[in-house]
Design a protein around this ligand. Structure first.
Ligand SMILES: [Zn+2]
Length: 101
């Protein structure tokens, strides 16, 4: 009797997903935007999209930044979100930006 043979039994053991891949599924992927003004215009959730030169304050990381420095990340379902320039350290999105007027 060879117990090892029975254990393997013709089936291949599926190896665990490598750590790096598992990591990727939990972390949002950054999307590079070519035309940031147009993207903002098309995706800004409020009425008037700001200019890329406008300054906003992120309430999550308390940083004043230039709108044009925003980042875009997509989640596992490929939904895209406009993020604070300090993402992924900061999880503030476009709705967390305060105007400095
Ligand atoms: Zn922030």
């Amino acid at each position: 009797m060879c117990s090892n043979y029975l254990l393997v039994g013709g089936k291949h053991f599926t190896t665990q997903q490598p750590l790096t891949d598992r990591h990727k599924t939990n972390i949002m992927e950054e999307v590079l935007i070519k035309n940031k003004q147009k993207y903002l215009y098309d995706n800004y959730p409020f009425e008037d999209s700001p200019k890329l030169t406008d300054k906003k304050c992120c309430i999550h990381c308390n940083t004043i930044f230039k709108v044009g420095d925003y980042k875009v990340f997509k989640d596992k379902r490929c939904d895209e979100f406009i993020y604070c320039p300090n993402a992924p350290t900061c999880n503030g999105t476009v709705i967390d930006w305060f105007s400095l007027d």
